[in-house]
Design a protein around this ligand. Structure first.
Ligand SMILES: [Zn+2]
Length: 254
């Protein structure tokens, strides 16, 4: 899962006035957005047109919504909303597609930040491993708390589910893996040049699959790290842009 660099409250971000418009305006990130839907275009400018969880790509950001990390609809036994105070908070937002945020996946599950890896707090590229046929597993090199929190991330979003009539994510990963292998061969053979390859990948889902398949091609990886919102600091420019710990010295360094 692509680790993202979410801008902090008070920082300035460039917003496009409308789709296709080249004019930008400066926007200072607010503590709260009321209604929360107002945060959507700020999130799109910050994180790009990608689902924060499954990495689905949506041209113009259509079908991507303001995602509440702590679900706004979760109630306690007496029917009181548990996280109403977080409903408008920038700190509680990511971008989510309908599937990742839907019933049976993230939905209204309670999220304990210390128990799960999240793409704006952890190096989630280290948490998971993407393989052929659409398979996603916990990085087999992880141990202890990191392993547990990576496992919790997969379960939270339901990334290990097979595709169904309402969930195409596994199929998308499988197809993307095959596409990436084909493009890799073409790139090796000089049939596709770097800029064209990168422009193509930018409008594809599954950033992590492309980053995995193009391991060993530093010039490609370097460009993938330039995609909007990607946390470059999670990768070592002196070692083939391989992932590094985001929280060194902490109990869970990932
Ligand atoms: Zn998604």
């Amino acid at each position: 899962m692509r680790p993202v660099k979410k801008e902090c409250v008070g920082e300035t971000i460039k917003l496009f006035e409308s789709v296709g418009d080249m004019e930008t305006t400066d926007h200072i990130i607010q503590v709260e957005y009321k209604p929360y839907q107002n945060a959507r275009k700020v999130l799109l400018a910050n994180l790009g047109n990608y689902c924060s969880y499954c990495e689905g790509y949506y041209a113009n950001g259509s079908d991507l919504q303001t995602e509440h990390i702590q679900p706004k609809g979760l109630k306690d036994d007496s029917g009181r909303l548990l996280y109403d105070h977080l409903q408008y908070k920038w700190s509680n937002f990511l971008l989510g597609c309908a599937t990742c945020n839907g019933k049976g996946n993230k939905g209204t599950k309670d999220v304990r930040f210390e128990d799960v890896h999240l793409p704006h707090l952890n190096n989630t590229f280290l948490s998971l491993e993407y393989r052929e046929a659409g398979v996603v597993v916990v990085n087999p090199n992880l141990v202890g708390l990191s392993k547990q929190n990576a496992t919790n991330l997969i379960q939270l979003v339901g990334l290990d589910k097979p595709s169904s009539e309402t969930d195409y994510r596994c199929d998308v990963r499988r197809q993307t893996w095959d596409k990436a292998q084909k493009l890799l061969k073409q790139y090796q053979g000089g049939e596709v040049l770097l800029d064209k390859l990168v422009a193509y990948i930018k409008e594809q889902p599954c950033w992590s699959i492309w980053y995995t398949v193009f391991s060993g091609y530093d010039e490609v990886r370097q460009k993938l790290l330039e995609f909007p919102g990607t946390c470059k600091e999670c990768f070592d420019e002196n070692n083939h842009y391989n992932p590094i710990n985001r929280n060194p010295g902490k109990k869970d360094p990932i």
